[in-house]
Design a protein around this ligand. Structure first.
Ligand code: SAH
Length: 381
């Protein structure tokens, strides 16, 4: 089998369990084609398991949990079947394959009821797309299968940025999300068609919310509409008119009313504080403020600002649901920001629940940055 030899540092990192191997940690590159599965060896020639080769990426090798003698293509399909089997008890809208955490680097498959959406963002995943699509077709008989490689990662890997339907002719599908009927557009929705990572949190938020609710960064109203379905009075804010239009569509489909406000959340929270507008529940689920490590400083200040302002417009006994999806901000760092906001706002804040992504988005214990989604449910006493 083709061998990739790691440096001492690279070998140490792999032994510590991290699945990614950077180009600078390779002593001897494998004589392999992109997407080949190769064997990793340390400087002393000891095996460190197997990995998928990406010639173009700075992350040149990604570990895969295949046995030493296992055929790579058959092994890849074994991991796909196992990942799908582990989700047997998940609702109809859930992630079926979560890349490295499932041992399938670069491969994401999301299920939106009768529609499936795929990202194949490494050469290993890209090369093995056809058997995956055939397997998904047989297992789920979906109306639609979309390919959503329209990401920067595909570009960095030197892969085509395809965004198209591999099966079916209509990208819109309907599926239940908790008590609601939801419509997803697998070609135009964000990422693979929508944010499945927050669905459990939307439902938990609906149980936690009280009184008058303000959903900031609402997108298509994931939190807002579940809170409205639970009988709350909800105002939802986003800067995207297109997202708010889809929110109105979901609201109409479900016979619900939400007040949609097109505004910059930073400005709106400041104005509401000045005007004395008060809410019983505020939700903060912003886009990732820190997309890169160097953005952590400004991002931390932005998180602090919105959390402080949200706490200030809460009525006594109010509730804050606050989230961060920045991979570069750790859970501990995020809690520190919310803590600092609570101290500045001079409120007595209890943490009722610490949440993250749902069980169909497992994180990899040895790659802490895969634990990107943090949510705190806070009660002000
Ligand atoms: N809460 C949503 C997902 C939010 S995605 C859910 O659970 O489904 C982030 C959203 O923030 C996007 O819709 C984007 O349009 C919006 N956004 C980004 N910056 C903003 C700002 N400064 N003010 C208002 N909305 C903003």
């Amino acid at each position: 089998m083709t061998v990739a030899r790691l440096t001492r540092k690279g070998a140490r990192r792999r032994r510590a369990g991290h699945p990614w191997i950077y180009r600078s940690d390779i002593a001897e590159a494998p004589a392999a084609e992109p997407g080949d599965i190769v064997e990793l060896r340390d400087p002393g020639d000891r095996s460190l398991g197997r990995a998928a080769w990406s010639a173009r990426s700075l992350i040149s090798l990604r570990a895969v949990p295949l046995a030493a003698d296992e055929d790579p293509d058959a092994g890849w399909m074994r991991l796909i079947r196992a990942a799908i089997a582990r989700r047997a008890d998940r609702p109809p809208c859930a992630r079926l394959i979560n890349a490295d955490a499932d041992g399938l680097p670069g491969l994401v498959v999301d299920r939106f009821g009768p529609g499936l959406s795929i990202q194949a963002l490494t050469p290993a995943a890209w090369r093995r797309l056809d058997p995956l699509v055939a397997h998904l077709g047989q297992t789920f008989d979906p109306q639609v299968i979309a390919l959503r490689n329209d990401t920067r990662i595909a570009e960095l890997e030197g892969l085509p940025g395809d965004k198209r339907l591999l099966r079916g002719a209509e990208a819109r599908v309907e599926a239940p999300v908790g008590p609601l009927k939801w419509a997803f557009d697998l070609l135009e929705g964000q990422k693979t068609g929508g944010f499945l990572d927050q669905l459990d949190n939307h439902l938990a938020a609906a149980r936690f919310a009280r009184g008058a609710c303000l959903d900031c960064f609402t997108y298509e109203g994931g939190f807002a509409l579940q809170m409205a379905a639970a009988g709350r009075e909800v105002e939802a804010v986003d800067s995207s008119a297109a997202a708010l239009e889809r929110l109105e569509g979901h609201a109409a489909r479900n016979g619900l009313t939400v007040t949609a406000v097109e505004a910059n959340v930073f400005d709106l929270l400041r104005r509401y504080a000045r005007e004395g507008r008060r809410f019983d529940t505020v939700v903060l689920d912003p886009p990732p403020f820190a997309r890169a490590r160097k953005a952590v400083g400004p991002a931390t200040r932005a998180y602090k600002e919105i959390n402080l302002r949200a706490l200030k417009i809460l009525r006594p006994g109010g509730r804050l649901i606050t989230a961060s999806c920045s991979a570069h901000i750790t859970r501990a760092a995020f809690e520190e920001v919310v803590l600092a906001a609570a101290a500045d706002a001079r409120v007595w804040a209890q943490v009722i629940e610490r949440r993250g992504a749902p069980p169909d988005h497992p994180t990899l214990l040895t790659a802490p940055e895969t634990d990107y989604l943090k949510a705190l449910f806070v009660q002000v006493v």
